[in-house]
Design a protein around this ligand. Structure first.
Ligand code: ATP
Length: 199
């Protein structure tokens, strides 16, 4: 799996549609202060399912939409698209090319797409879980994160190690199965109550 390109449209300072192609040999993005380097990384995390507006330096999620400048009016929606080469089928999808996109409108409505098909946020999060490129994975280390990891509680540090070890997916599945089991137990209790009442 390889990230081939990232397209921003109306996301933060990128009012115009901007496509960044990650060709072989590209190792960095440079630019003056305030030119949008962090916004690019935030766009990547956002498209991968980031749900915390605060961690994207905003108050609420629609704050990621271009807010206008002295010469341009604010926009009404933002979109970020990630294109992956999946010819090794590392991502669990039967497709050589995987395109993920996320859109948001001023009223807070959102769309999530995988290869042009509408999906849930959860589908995107699950697709990247344990791949090393999830929204909170170890491949995106933001400013201050290294220090935060050193200073974090052992339990919090364990979450990161579990992501590296690839066990997060199984833990989520276990959690879901336990929830379903609890619901089924409740239903069985209810059925037992009804049977008792009918006797
Ligand atoms: P530095 O090198 O100082 O860390 P940077 O290149 O990482 O800077 P960013 O922090 O990515 O720059 O970009 C900051 C710029 O993005 C600011 O000029 C800010 O006004 C602009 N910006 C952030 N959110 C929005 C928005 N919603 N609409 C328009 N512009 C925005």
């Amino acid at each position: 799996m390889k990230l081939k390109s990232l397209t921003l449209n109306g996301f933060k300072s990128f009012a115009d549609k901007t496509k960044i192609e990650f060709q072989d040999g590209m190792t960095g993005i440079v630019g003056p202060n305030g030119s949008g380097k962090s916004n690019i990384i935030e766009a990547l995390r956002w498209a991968l399912g980031e749900q915390s507006a605060k961690s994207l330096r905003g108050g609420k999620m629609p704050d990621v939409i271009f807010a206008g400048s002295q010469t341009r009016a604010p926009l009404n929606h933002a979109e970020v698209e990630l294109e992956f080469d999946n010819s090794d089928h590392f991502l669990d999808l039967n497709a050589d090319q995987v395109v993920i996109s996320r859109k948001i409108y001023r009223n807070g409505d959102s769309d999530f797409l995988i290869n042009n098909a509408k999906v849930r946020l959860r589908d995107i999060v699950e697709l990247f879980m344990d791949t090393g490129l999830g929204r909170e994975s170890f491949s995106i280390i933001s400013q201050g994160k290294v220090e935060a990891i050193f200073n974090s509680k052992p339990q919090d540090r364990r979450v990161l190690i579990e992501e590296v070890a690839g066990v997060v997916k199984y833990k989520k599945e276990k959690q879901k199965a336990q929830q379903e089991l609890a619901e089924t137990t409740d239903h069985l209790d209810r059925v037992a109550d009804i049977i008792t009442e009918l006797r």
